[in-house]
Write a protein that binds this ligand. Sequence first.
Ligand code: PLP
Length: 372
Amino acid sequence: MYYFDHSATTPLHPDVVELMHNIQKYKFGNPSSTHKKGREAKLIIENSRNQIAHAIGVSSKNIIFTSGGTESNNQVLWSMLGNKKSHILSNYIEHPAVLNVLQYLKNYGIDHDLVSVDNNGLISIQELKSKIKKDTALISVMLANNEIGTIQPVEEIVKIAHGKGILVHSDAVQCLGKMHINVDKIGADFFSLSAHKFYGPKGVGILYFKNRKLLSSFIIGGSQEKNLRAGTEDTASIAGMGLAAEIAVKNLSQKVKTLVKIEKEFLNRLKAIYPKFIINGHKERKLPGVLSVSFPDFRSDFLMAKLDRENIYVSNGAACGSGDIKPSKILKALSLKDEINISTLRFSFGVTNTIDEIQYLINVLNKILNQR
Ligand code: PLP
């Protein structure tokens, strides 16, 4: 298997698998139970909270566990129903877990505007400033994009927003383990993460909040997670996420170097077999290991099917259905022509990928791209 789709999801780290297995088997108590079995589970959860707080530079008091990036984003946006102001500012290349929620919130009186990005996917600060209204409660801007890897100037946006009494949310789901994160320094009021993007389990995520009063419960029931997220916690998944976060930030510079090296090797070798390729997104302000590459003259669904047959797994941003292919909205926002847009693959490398695997990918691509 040749897996180059780490932005979609990552395999579980072996230590995470082992830890989760042991917890499932032996630490099955309900963390809300006051007896020893419950206290034991509760301790595991709090240990995970500390690991995550340490990994992203915040206090553990300001973190709750959710079911993932989608829920974390939803909770922040839906919480704006409780805000006196009723306008949200975001941008065209956010994940559907932001954009579709904003669309939905219109039915509840929350309006929004979207800011453009340039050809590299960087948000236009000038346009952002011009679209701020008296009624703007929140600006939601992702830390890095899932399709092109472009890193947004969230720290700068926070300064602008806070100067006008506006809250900032950042979806950082793609970032842990690929760049240094210090949420306190960035200054965002809300921050979303998801374990399955950093070698942790699926279905579990994190929501950081600066001020508890500005967040509402989205899932109602018991008093778990400081009354902010009801439901019996999944102890094993939460513990797995804590360990995965700890591992993700350990030797981070080395991990980044590895990803940059893999990416460079891939591009150098690709240049030798198919110099016509185009890279999308910012060349420097980007996540290491995430590459959006267009192959003019080839449809991405055709390329993906060919690669799949050779056990190579990548992705495309375009939506396919009944033989039809719709251009990626993100690449469209970068003003990429439709014919190039639908010829684009995303390669997202992981720290366990090797140069030999890259060479195999190149050999297969050579066969596909140069056979006609
Ligand atoms: N936000 C971004 C940027 C993502 O890439 C994803 C997942 O692909 C999500 C949110 C959703 O996260 P989850 O799969 O944990 O719901």
